[in-house]
Design a protein. Structure first.
Length: 713
């Protein structure tokens, strides 16, 4: 026979009492849409429905495909999670014959309904709250490390299987979960491809199977906390959180990775390299998130332990009698199924002799009264006789009534009925007291754990603050050192440039000095003017720098003045502006040719001397920076070690509190289960006794009198 279709399950859920075997969900009502059709949360491999009972809300999962080892897998997962109680799991129970479809029984998964937002919805709602996303990333890291410590892998970490409940993470859907007892098996599924390594296949099944998806979710949260606009720019939401399978298959063409690489954020521009490293790593070799990431340590293992109340193993009639307060009373269906038939009881002994005695007594009384009436007997004697006959009759009737076996049996039934009711009330009080103790234990646990968690959050905030202060101080110190380093570098560059300028200037002057004026061919300057120039101190091209005009007074003609390298100025007869320009052009031509050959670098000895002058200071700055960074790292490691130790102690405290409460709860639940079993027995007894009391309705004083009189029977 073919496996049921989603429509088959949708029809079955419309009548839970008829088609489902679990008493609790039989008495529940499925969530429906405006047309009255049950709302199915559909996936590739299952449909999930929400059902509301008077006490709890359940999620019921119908599998759309057959699996030969599903029951064994869930049994192993359940046993392991029961032994290692983690706070991220929910209560579940696989029922292999839980639903009837077309006359055949198929499995279903009954789960605790957890009210919260799926990861994608939570992230979308908090895109404008980067602190919330960063905190969630830390919580994610904490959860992943806890799962790793216990050798657990979810197998399909993706937004739809992760809930945020009042700020805490919960995991649902354990179809693909790995626990150590399942080592060596194949993976039932390979998870949402937008979260999985492209190389993952069915053979990959072990504690490492979550490593890649854990990284992807962690990095997505960090990215969105730093750059929330990437959610809309890169199409976040839908069947993914941020990354897609295409990003993994072709990272070089990934728009998201390209935007991250172009980011100025120091964190974001490193992520593409990490993603590529993960993608070229074999699935089984992808490093755990906890080995590379940094965040708060586990808050301690815990899950909700599933217990099976007695009415879950009873029939539908018994289940209908379970009240919300845990106290069981028999209803009509339960009574009809379990009580003995109603048989009315009546007096069985003959009352002939009593009637004869009463007739004699009554006849004697009438005779005495008749004699008194006719004055044959004094009235006093008649009244005396009547006063004796009446009580004799009453005593006789009472004695006879008490002697009836039905009366004695009725009295026993009434006494037993009263005792049974008293016993039932005592058991109910005992159950109420046990439930009160359990509530108090849970309240004390919540209070104690809440106090520890408050301290943990405060310490986490303080740790982040302390680390941030160290980072800020380190950044400030390094910035100061870099400023000094830049100043030294500028000073060194300036001195090198100035030294080079001086070397070049000396070289040019030396070259100009080698070009004598005597014999030089200068337009307009012959030997005579040349001699005058030489006599004025201008012997070579290096001796003259420039010229100018000088006037000795108002109305006087100006003279051409030649400015010498020695700092003096001379006026040479016959040298006017035109000849001065020719002289300087001769000098400039020589200078231009020399500049083409001038040295462009300092001699090694001079450069080395200048460099050595600054190298010592630069090395000191490098050493100072290394010391600052080393000291900061050591201080951060010390702070992290301190807070880590405190977290370990808090985790132990939480574990101790939970273990203590779990021990108390287990004891209470065992006692309550025993008490409920006793109560059911006593209630059954009370019901039978009440029926027996009603069966003796005719066994009464008035009924006995009517029997004697022969009326009203």
């Amino acid at each position: 026979m073919s496996w049921p279709t989603p429509q088959d399950f949708n029809e079955a859920i419309q009548n839970p009492r008829l088609n489902l075997s679990d008493p609790e969900i039989q008495a529940s009502t499925p969530e429906v849409n405006k047309f009255g059709i049950p709302v199915a949360r559909s996936g590739a491999f299952a449909n999930v429905y929400k059902l509301q009972s008077s006490k709890r809300v359940w999620a019921v999962k119908f599998f759309l495909t057959e699996s030969i080892d599903r029951q064994q897998r869930y049994d192993e997962v359940g046993r392991y999670l029961d032994a290692h109680r983690l706070p991220y799991m929910i209560e579940f129970q696989l029922q292999p014959l839980g639903v009837r479809v077309r006359g055949q029984r198929y499995p279903l998964l009954k789960m605790e309904w957890v009210q919260g937002e799926t990861l994608d919805i939570y992230v979308q709602q908090h895109l404008k709250d980067p602190a919330a996303l960063a905190t969630l990333a830390c919580d994610w890291l904490q959860m992943v490390k806890t799962l790793q410590e216990f050798g657990i892998a979810h197998g399909d970490l993706q937004h739809g299987n992760i809930l945020v409940v009042n700020g805490s993470l919960r995991l649902i859907d354990y179809d693909d979960m790995y626990v150590p007892a399942l080592a060596g098996r194949q993976s039932p599924e390979t998870g949402n491809r937008n979260y999985q390594h492209p190389g993952r296949n069915g053979s990959h099944f072990g504690p490492y199977v979550d490593h890649f998806s854990a990284w992807i979710i962690y990095l997505s949260l960090l990215i969105l906390s730093a750059e929330p606009s990437l959610w809309s720019l890169c199409g976040g939401g839908g069947e993914r959180l941020l990354f897609s399978a295409d990003d993994f298959r072709a990272p070089d063409r990934s728009l998201l990775l390209q935007r991250l690489e172009a980011s100025n954020d120091e964190l974001l521009d490193r992520i593409p390299y990490l993603i590529r490293d993960l993608l070229v790593t074999d699935v089984a070799q992808v490093p755990p998130l906890g080995e590379v990431g940094r965040g708060p340590k586990s808050a301690g293992p815990r899950i909700a332990q599933s217990t099976t109340p007695w009415w879950q193993t009873a029939g539908p009639a018994e289940a209908s009698e379970a009240k919300s307060d845990g106290v069981v009373t028999p209803g009509a269906a339960w009574v009809l199924e379990h009580l003995t038939p109603f048989i009315e009881v009546d007096f069985t002994r003959s009352v002939f002799y009593l009637r004869a005695l009463l007739l004699v007594d009554f006849g004697t009384l009438l005779a005495i009264l008749a004699l008194a009436y006719f004055t044959l007997v004094p009235m006093a004697i008649a009244l005396g006789g009547a006063s004796i006959a009446g009580p004799i009759a009453i005593l006789a009737i009472a004695a006879s009534f008490r002697a009836q076996p039905e009366v004695r049996e009725r009295r026993k039934v009434l006494v037993e009925h009263k005792r049974a009711r008293v016993s039932a009330d005592a058991i109910r009080r005992r159950i109420a007291d046990l439930e009160k103790r359990e509530r108090e234990a849970l309240r004390d646990e919540k209070k104690a754990i809440g106090a520890v968690e408050v301290t943990q959050r405060e310490n986490l905030t303080q740790e982040r603050s302390d680390l941030a202060k160290l980072d800020n101080n380190c950044f400030k110190r390094v910035t100061e050192i870099n400023t000094k380093r830049q100043n030294l570098a500028q000073s060194r560059s300036g001195e090198l440039a100035e030294s080079l300028r001086a070397v070049q200037e000396n070289w040019l002057n030396d070259g100009l000095s080698r070009h004598d004026l005597q014999g030089a061919k200068i337009s307009g300057i012959g030997p005579e003017l040349g001699s005058r120039l030489i006599a004025s101190g201008i012997r070579t091209a290096a001796d003259v720098l420039s010229y100018g005009a000088f006037s000795s007074g108002y109305g006087m003609a100006s003279k051409t003045i030649l400015h010498l390298r020695s700092g003096h100025s001379v006026s040479v007869p016959g040298i006017g502006d035109k000849k001065a320009v020719a002289l300087l052009l001769w000098r400039q031509k020589i200078l231009t040719e020399l500049q083409k050959r001038q040295p462009n670098s300092l001699p090694a000895s001079i450069a080395s001397a200048i460099a050595s002058k600054y190298d010592s200071d630069l090395r000191n700055l490098d050493s100072e920076e290394s010391t600052v960074r080393r000291d900061t790292k050591a201080q951060k490691e010390a702070i992290q070690a301190q807070y880590s130790q405190e977290r370990v102690l808090r985790v132990k405290k939480i574990r101790d509190v939970r273990e203590k409460v779990d021990s108390v709860k287990s004891e209470i639940q065992a006692k309550r289960q025993t008490a409920q079993s006793e109560l059911r027995t006593v209630v059954f007894k009370v019901g039978n006794l009440e029926r027996q009391v009603r069966a003796y309705a005719r066994v009464s004083g008035s009924g006995y009198v009517r029997l004697l009189l022969g009326v009203g029977r």
